[in-house]
Each structure stands twice: as structure tokens, then as C-alpha cells.
Ligand binder design. Structure first.
Ligand SMILES: CC(C)(COP(=O)(O)OP(=O)(O)OC[C@H]1O[C@@H](n2cnc3c(N)ncnc32)[C@H](O)[C@@H]1OP(=O)(O)O)[C@@H](O)C(=O)NCCC(=O)NCCS
Length: 160
């Protein structure tokens, strides 16, 4: 018998209301907390509050009942930003990152055409995210040591 490794079907959904369970969301991106102090508080309080106010939203990649990836977006008067971008380890290497990034930049790109789209990346994750960001047209604008954590660089990217 030949085993065929078929790609899971992944669908992308844009969520603007509080219709998602934040506990599921927090669980699927729990490893991100290692790079950002107080990540959970930020997610439950700042992010959720501003989502209700229409300043933030989420693009979620779903594979059946599982969360394959998440892109947490900010689109306020001040800035357009991908706050968190994450593909779950079991769904990596099959193009979810490409599709999730396209969905994120396309949504933010339509918002306020005069503003650049920003994303920042922790030093430990930069080699992983750099090829994807570069292929989508992002460039590194700055690198700030100690921005979130002592002695650790945070890379600031933008897409014009
Ligand atoms: C980086 C990441 C988004 C890639 O997701 P993915 O679904 O595997 O990506 P794709 O299969 O769509 O591949 C996208 C590109 O990423 C690059 N890439 C993926 N994994 C990589 C790795 N480990 N190292 C270097 N480049 C990598 C490849 O260049 C690939 O493009 P190509 O195959 O067309 O050349 C994913 O590994 C991830 O979420 N990592 C953790 C990110 C994180 O910690 N985020 C929180 C802070 S914002």
C-alpha cells in the first residue's frame, strides 16, 4: 500500500467581532509569550478591548477544528500593524504562512493607503520570518536592542 501525504484543507477567516474564544486563541499561540512580556494580559485586555472598538481584528487559518495559524492585526488611526503572526508547528512548510501573510497585507493594504504596514520580529525568530517577509516586499527599517526584553534585538519591518 502506498501512503499519500495529502495537504490538509485550510480556510482563512477574518474575525472582527468577539466571536472567537480567546482561551482557544491564547492556547494556540502560547509559545509567543516567551518573546513578549505580559503577552497574555495584552491579548486578553488591550487586544480584546480594541477589537470590540474596531481597531483590531484577526485572520485565522482553520484546518477542520484546529487552528493552523493566526495573524493578529491592528488598524487604528495611528498605525497599521501585524501584531502577531504565527503558524502552528504541525501546519508549517505547506504554504499556510504565505497565504496568511497575503490575506493580512491585502486586508491592511485596503485600509488606509497612506500608511505603511508594520511588523516587528524578535531576534530568535528573525531567520525564520525574514525569507517570508522579504518575499512579500517588507524591508527592515530598524533594529532595537532591549525593546521588549533586555539585551535582545527586536527587528522593525515595514511594507510601503
Ligand atoms: C515563519 C513561519 C510563519 C512560516 O510559516 P509556514 O506556514 O511554514 O510558511 P510557508 O510554508 O508558507 O513558507 C513561507 C516561507 O517561509 C520560509 N520559511 C519557513 N520556515 C522557515 C525556517 N524555519 N527558516 C527559514 N525560512 C523559513 C520559506 O522561505 C518559505 O518560502 P518558500 O518555501 O516559498 O521559499 C512559521 O514558521 C512561524 O509561525 N514561526 C513562528 C513565528 C513566531 O514566533 N511568531 C511570533 C512573533 S510575530
Amino acid at each position: 500500500m502506498i501512503a499519500l501525504n495529502s495537504k490538509p484543507k485550510v480556510i482563512f477567516e477574518h474575525i472582527e467581532s468577539e466571536s472567537i474564544k480567546f482561551s482557544d486563541l491564547a492556547k494556540s499561540i502560547s509559545t509567543v509569550g516567551a518573546y513578549y512580556p505580559n503577552f497574555k494580559n495584552w491579548l486578553y485586555f488591550t487586544f480584546r478591548k480594541e477589537m470590540i472598538e474596531g481597531k483590531r481584528s484577526i485572520i485565522i487559518a482553520r484546518a477542520g477544528n484546529s487552528i493552523a495559524g493566526l495573524s493578529l492585526l491592528k488598524h487604528s488611526l495611528d498605525e497599521k500593524k501585524i501584531c502577531t503572526f504565527y503558524v502552528s508547528p504541525s501546519y508549517r512548510g505547506i504554504g499556510v504562512g504565505h497565504q496568511l501573510m497575503d490575506a493580512s497585507t491585502s486586508y491592511l493594504g485596503d485600509k488606509d493607503k497612506d500608511k505603511d504596514i508594520a511588523i516587528t520580529v524578535a531576534e530568535e525568530r528573525n531567520s525564520e520570518l525574514y525569507p517570508l517577509l522579504k518575499s512579500k516586499g517588507f524591508s527592515i527599517e530598524n533594529k532595537v536592542i532591549g525593546y521588549y526584553r533586555e539585551n535582545i534585538n527586536e527587528y522593525f519591518y515595514s511594507l510601503k
